[in-house]
Design a protein around this ligand. Structure first.
Ligand code: FCB
Length: 440
């Protein structure tokens, strides 16, 4: 039974496109997900984030829920196209007003805001000019990041520059299952490098403006195992590990790409880039869900792919293996290979097929068991010396799960999308006890 250090912060996380809705409100511009969702066959249930959880209008109710949950911190994201509808140009005051109100509401409730600046919602106008495959997107991001931080940074201290560069690059530009839906190796390499560089440049610029801000990146890191005993699968696992984990964290911490892929990035790397990407961050945000399995896949642009777990061990509704050991392993790797940085676990959680019973109750023992397993692993990692400061559960409420639409529910709060009624699940009560007692 883990006991967490005093001062350890319990939080909950969401992202703008997954919860806000109101895509035409307040002068917001179109983003790549608005566009992607309109393409037939892209989203499992044909849905989009157009309405989502209507959080844009219901944010006060949602802050009240956070109060009931007892969280000390809330991680949300700022939608770039609300502030700069076309990705650049004059700041859209109305868009900023929403985050002003949100942050004020959080501060009044005594909840520390953690703001993510890029959570996959690139303004479509920038995509029209190549998006992350175009180096010109970098200064646009720097301008946006500085403007957002300048306006909200009197109340927000913790900024997460980017959410999961490797996922945005891999799923958006290699497998193409996420926006902008590109499946091309060069696009993947360029997008990865340019996002890495945009992050580095924005950190440098923000450091110049305030020493008050704590800056970090949310990385999706996971152990990558071969899908079977073949040599091909072992090689595939090394390559996927290098692309998925190494190509984001190695440049940031060590200023270089992993050796086995460095040559492939070379055409996109200009003089000084690597020094600009390498930054002293205040924390690493760790998003972790599962362990990955890799094999050769000639049909994929990178020649490798990720597949379902090879054995019959339990998985979540996403088909992701439940494996607290992989979480501990990932935390230990941060400690051993990357200098034991301060870590915020910026996402962890699970989707299950929740059922609302006749009394309107959502009993979700599988989610509670998942959290117990992963938090026990976290407790072990802390005991082994990992410098973990907080844990943000994914997610506060059910929301738009990207290519899966509304078919997957990750929330501690159930959302009835027809009525927007929020109902805390049993796991909400479980987590509320944890936030108050610091143990389970
Ligand atoms: C992560 C994303 C988050 C959510 C979870 C399930 O990769 O950051 O938005 O979709 O997966």
């Amino acid at each position: 039974m883990p006991v967490f250090p005093s001062g350890f912060v319990w939080g909950a996380a969401t992202a703008a496109y997954q919860i806000e809705g109101a895509v035409h409100e307040g002068g917001r511009g179109e983003n790549i997900w608005d566009r992607f969702c309109r393409q037939p066959g892209r989203i499992r249930d044909g849905s989009s984030g157009e309405v989502a959880c209507d959080h844009y209008r219901r944010y006060a109710e949602d802050i009240a829920l956070m109060g009931d949950l007892g969280v000390g911190a809330y991680r949300f994201s700022i939608a770039w196209p609300r502030l700069f509808p076309a990705g650049k140009g004059p700041l859209n005051r109305q868009g900023l007003d929403f985050y002003d109100r949100l942050v004020d509401g959080l501060c009044e409730a005594g909840i520390t805001p953690f703001a993510t600046l890029y959570y996959w919602d690139l303004p479509q106008e920038l995509q029209a000019r190549g998006g992350w495959t175009n180096r010109d997107t970098i200064p646009r991001f720097v301008d946006y990041a500085c403007a957002a931080a300048e306006r909200l940074g009197d109340r927000v201290q913790d900024f997460i520059l980017m959410n999961e560069i490797s996922v945005a690059a891999w799923r958006g530009h290699a497998t193409g299952i996420h926006a902008p839906g590109i499946a091309d190796a060069r696009a993947f390499l360029a997008a990865t490098h340019h996002m890495n560089l945009a992050q580095g440049e924005a950190i440098r610029a923000m450091r110049g403006e305030s020493s008050r801000w704590r800056l970090g990146s949310a990385l999706n890191l996971m152990p990558v195992d071969p899908a079977d005993d073949s040599i091909g699968a072992a090689d595939a696992a090394d390559l996927v590990d290098a692309f998925w984990n190494g190509s984001v964290i190695d440049p940031l911490i060590h200023g270089r790409y992993p050796e086995i892929v460095a040559g492939r990035f070379q055409p996109f790397v200009q003089e000084d880039d690597m020094e600009r990407i390498r930054q002293k961050v205040d924390f690493i945000g760790l998003n972790h869900y599962s362990r990955a399995y890799a094999r050769q896949d000639p049909d994929q642009p990178l020649g490798v792919g990720m597949v379902a777990p090879p054995d019959d061990r339990p998985t979540t509704a996403m088909g992701w293996r439940i494996d607290g050991g992989g979480f501990r392993e990932t935390l230990m790797r941060l400690k051993e290979d990357y200098g034991n940085p301060p870590v915020h676990v910026t996402e962890n959680g699970a989707a299950f097929d929740d059922i609302v019973d006749a009394d309107g109750r959502i009993s979700d023992p599988a989610r509670i068991a998942f959290l117990e397993e992963y938090l026990s692993a976290l407790g072990q990692a802390i005991e082994a010396g990992c410098d973990v400061r907080s844990y943000f559960v994914w997610s506060l409420m059910d929301n738009f799960e990207w290519a899966e639409g509304y078919t997957k529910r990750f929330g501690l709060v159930h959302v009835d999308y027809a009525t927007q009624k929020r109902t805390p699940k049993d796991s909400f009560g479980w987590y509320a006890r944890l936030t108050r007692e610091g143990r389970f």
